[in-house]
Design a protein around this ligand. Sequence first.
Ligand code: MIC
Ligand code: SF4
Length: 623
Amino acid sequence: MGLTVTEKILKAHTNDELIKGETIKIKIDQTLTQDATGTMAYLEFMSMGLDRVKADLCVSYVDHNTLQNGFMNMDDHEFLQTVANKYGIVFSKAGNGICHQLNLENFAIPGRTILGSDSHTPTSSAMGALAIGAGGLDVACAMAGRPFAIVCPKVVNVKLTGKLRPGVAPKDIIIHLIGLMTVKGGINKVIEYTGEGVNTLSVPERATITNMGAELGATTSVFPSDEKTLEFLKLQGREKDWKEIKADADAVYDEEYEIDLSSLKPTVSCPSMPDNTKTIDDLKGIKVNQVLIGSCTNSSYYDFIKVASILKGNKVHPNVSLGIAPGSKQVLTMLAKSGILEVLLEAGARILESACGPCIGMGQSPCTDGVSLRTFNRNFYGRSGTKSAQVYLCSPEVAAYSAINGVISDPTGLKLDLWPLPKKEDFIQNDSLFIYPKFDGEIKMGPNIKPLPKFEPIGKHFTSKVMISLPDNITTDHIMPGGGNVLPYRSNIVKISEFCFYQIDESFHDDCIANGGGIIVAGANYGQGSSREHAAIAPRYLGIKCVVAESFARIHKKNLMNFGILPIEAKFKADKFDEVEVTISDNWDIELKNLTQNITVNTHVDLTEEEQSLINAGGLLNL
Ligand code: MIC
Ligand code: SF4
């Protein structure tokens, strides 16, 4: 039987048999971290007592919090840089660009495995690599040379036929797919793209699709490594990294979708969930206050050719603020050299730093009840920094055309090729913001960088109150928000725990302190979204012992266990402050008794031996 691209890469990285649904351990070749998850990941790595990293390549990016308002932020960057230098990690300074764009340009290699402490790490799988997002502690273990455990994924074949019409973009492909599969449709699956439509997409365009595969909950999304991959690597001066990886003709997939690119329409994610999708026909004419183009989903030079073609000779609508963040220093330099930057400025765009910025609520919050149209990948409630804002996710083409018109507009059929596709000499290589390690120096640790608190095991029998009772699809942004007032505390668990759930329940922190913690009850797909382990560490610090949810998102479930919180899969009715008795037997049969409502539910938690040890020890670091 033939193999898929996914299976080929997995087989080359594991000794385990690939049995779908069973846990397998894979060797990790490369790791990446970003500043907001990185400080914790490196504190964890340092606690392992090694003198250098063991993976082939480890890169530490600074892109999430680059505001540097107050000493804390730059202290974090200094800590990251000194750690990188000492332990053998490549360091990417603030201003160099967004980790995923940079990783694709500089480091991703076909056939390699990459583990990153950011949920959009799968961006690099556009290169025919297997790039997976994980919590910081798992990435720290991978840096230490330990294999990474995943559920052997089902492989979904998304067959692309035809060719996109002008004005319809790769972003429309992935938003359309998210509409079909939903934000939980990809859990423990790899989405693999096949069909002749694949050949019509460049690597940066494929990267938009693999990037936003994170919004399916997928383990990763992968494209073959083919002539287009070679073409991109040549442009980057890295053709020596290329090798062909294609699925066998008789490869067998677990699920199949077919998308006819020729008939696809611009498609938009409506407030406030990426799977709340509509085609442009249903949205045309909605007034817009803000348009933002950038983020790790859509900030390549290819994106800006289209944007500039639309903006050239036009002005941004008087009632719209247009912000543009090129994904990397390379992209920004190319925009400057090609004249595109001038076109953007003439049209009235505000040029933002090459960083995550508004995507994680670092500035550019919309006005009250404002409509914000973004080329980003997440529009979760409150993430923009304005709770009453309506955030829509769309392609750069829809964003640019709407910015001129002041209302959501359909770019289908517009002329978008005013600039030629880039040639080798256009790709400007300049690594002045990469710092390569010298394996020396002292680690600098500012006063806001605090050691991790110690956690005790949760025990086998306890009675606790329900501290919050939640619906389906709760995101890690609900649990532990981003934004300029929270991110500076990513290295300070005691302080950041004050913000736990504060977007939806301001008293959560104080209630937990008053009750000595308790349990969380939730619906399906609990913890979807980011990889931030703070969404597990802060609740653990506040005394949360278990989360009872109908189902969990992959990364968050592992983060909970890494910090000793038991994830219990069950439908369990409970209101806030209900008293619950939890009994865990030695073989992980669980009895949940809601003493307030007199309901008992019996269930079983399926844990691997390693996971059992994690819970018994009170987390991975204790173990
Ligand atoms: C995100 O897009 O939500 C983030 C911010 O990049 C997170 C990481 C973090 O919270 O630091 C992610 O995607 O994992
Ligand atoms: Fe940064 Fe946004 Fe991408 Fe997360 S999704 S890595 S915050 S640009």
